[in-house]
Design a protein around this ligand. Structure first.
Ligand SMILES: *Cc1c(COP(=O)(O)O)cnc(C)c1O
Length: 398
């Protein structure tokens, strides 16, 4: 890919989202689930840093359900559909909602998740409101993650308050979430979660007198890839929609389980133009704290990106960026709005006054992956991409 073709703003770093990569990843998952499950796309956390609206625009009509945490995001997407004459997609808010927000969701045909007995106040509010439509709802079962949901033991009692609520609720599905599918290749804990899910499901069907056509959804990216029986009726694909593997364990499992290893294409690149380039003599300190000192005369680029933008300070003196297809070391500390990199060997032409740097993504034959940045900053690719600042411009490329 030639980075110079891309239109860019001058003063800040920007994020490029590869339209073809998103489409490719969706197709890859559709093949894996081979129409036996619906395709859910998780767009929470600004679409894992990729830009919620930008990603929504690209995938609209290509997936069956959109999953979000916050109702404000769901409203933004509904508004976007209305303003652009798009058909209303299924949108599900899996996070917390107060009674007023539940009412708004019903009005806007947004599906909600019931995860605790405190939902009683929402039932009361719905009855008072007397809306023409019911709340499309899913019951979240805690099968062992220990996060939101009704714990599977004792679920008969804890969901009893939902009896006789068909006046305001339409229970559409049940869901749960895995605890450690991406951390292991041996999935006995996940299998015990599936068992708990199936037991709970039977109880829910009986207690609430529901038909077994309820939609069951459990698997995120890792389970979809590594545990076929976890896919049920809808899969909720987050990280891998954006072309990243949940972990190397998941990749290993997928290699053993699937007929061929899926090729995921990372959708995000992060680039900037230099603010200044200049020569520093030998023995000069670079950046706060004097943590780096030039060993020889060094050509440096000052880049307008820092920890404010989500470029972790933990990669100080560790990371590389790409310039003209060459790896260039980050010298000294990552600052709030700046980093300094060594461009001595980056083949910068005589007379050039600026360079274009790739912080994440590919330039020529070299790539800086989210996994690498995660390794340098002692975290996972999920955190690397979701932390890329929402203030930065997202540009769709292809
Ligand atoms: C974030 C999330 C997902 C997506 O997980 P990935 O590992 O990114 O695919 C699915 N389900 C729930 C409940 C989540 O919170």
């Amino acid at each position: 890919m030639n980075v110079k073709k891309i239109p860019y703003p001058q003063v800040a770093s920007w994020v490029e989202i590869d339209r073809n990569a998103l489409a490719h990843n969706i197709e890859t998952f559709k093949k894996i689930i081979s129409h036996q499950s619906k395709m859910g796309a998780v767009l929470k956390s600004n679409a894992y840093g990729h830009g919620m609206i930008e990603v929504f625009k690209e995938i609209h009509g290509k997936v069956d359900v959109i999953y979000l945490i916050h109702y404000q995001d769901a409203f933004l997407l509904r508004k976007f559909e209305q303003e652009n004459d798009l058909r209303a997609t299924r949108i599900m808010v899996i996070g917390a909602l107060n009674p007023q927000e539940v009412i708004e969701c019903v009005k806007q045909n947004i599906e909600i998740v019931i995860y605790s007995e405190t939902f009683q106040t929402c039932l009361d509010a719905l009855r008072k409101e007397n809306l023409p439509t019911k709340a499309m709802s899913h019951i979240h079962i805690d099968t062992g993650l220990g996060r939101e949901g009704f714990y599977f033991k004792g679920i008969q009692e804890s969901i009893a308050f939902l009896k006789n609520s068909t006046d305001v609720l339409h229970i559409q599905g049940v869901m749960s979430h895995f605890s450690n599918t991406e951390d292991v290749t041996e999935q006995s804990y996940a299998l015990s979660q599936i068992e708990a899910f199936e037991l709970s499901l039977e109880i829910i069907l009986k207690e609430l007198e529901l038909p077994n056509t309820l939609e069951k959804h459990f698997a995120a990216s890792a389970a979809t890839l590594a545990i076929p029986k976890s896919r049920f009726d809808i899969v909720r694909i987050g990280i891998s929609l954006y072309g990243l593997w949940p972990s190397s364990e998941t990749r290993l499992s997928a290699k053993l389980i699937l007929p061929e290893l899926p090729k995921l294409k990372p959708a995000m690149s992060w680039r900037c133009k230099s603010q200044q380039i200049k020569w520093l003599p030998q023995d000069r300190f670079v950046g706060y704290g004097c943590t780096y000192q030039t060993l020889k005369s060094t050509f440096i680029a000052l880049l307008p990106v820092g920890y404010f933008d989500g470029y972790s300070r933990l990669v100080s003196n560790r990371a590389y960026v790409l310039i003209n297809g060459h790896r260039c070391a980050v010298l000294g500390r990552v600052m709030m709005n700046h980093i300094i990199v060594d461009i001595t060997d980056a083949e910068v032409l005589q007379g050039e006054t600026e360079v274009t740097a790739t912080l994440l993504g590919t330039d020529g034959k070299e790539t800086i992956s989210a996994d690498q940045l995660g390794g340098w900053s002692q975290t996972i690719n999920y955190e690397v991409v979701t932390r890329v600042g929402p203030h930065l411009q997202r540009i769709i490329t292809h």
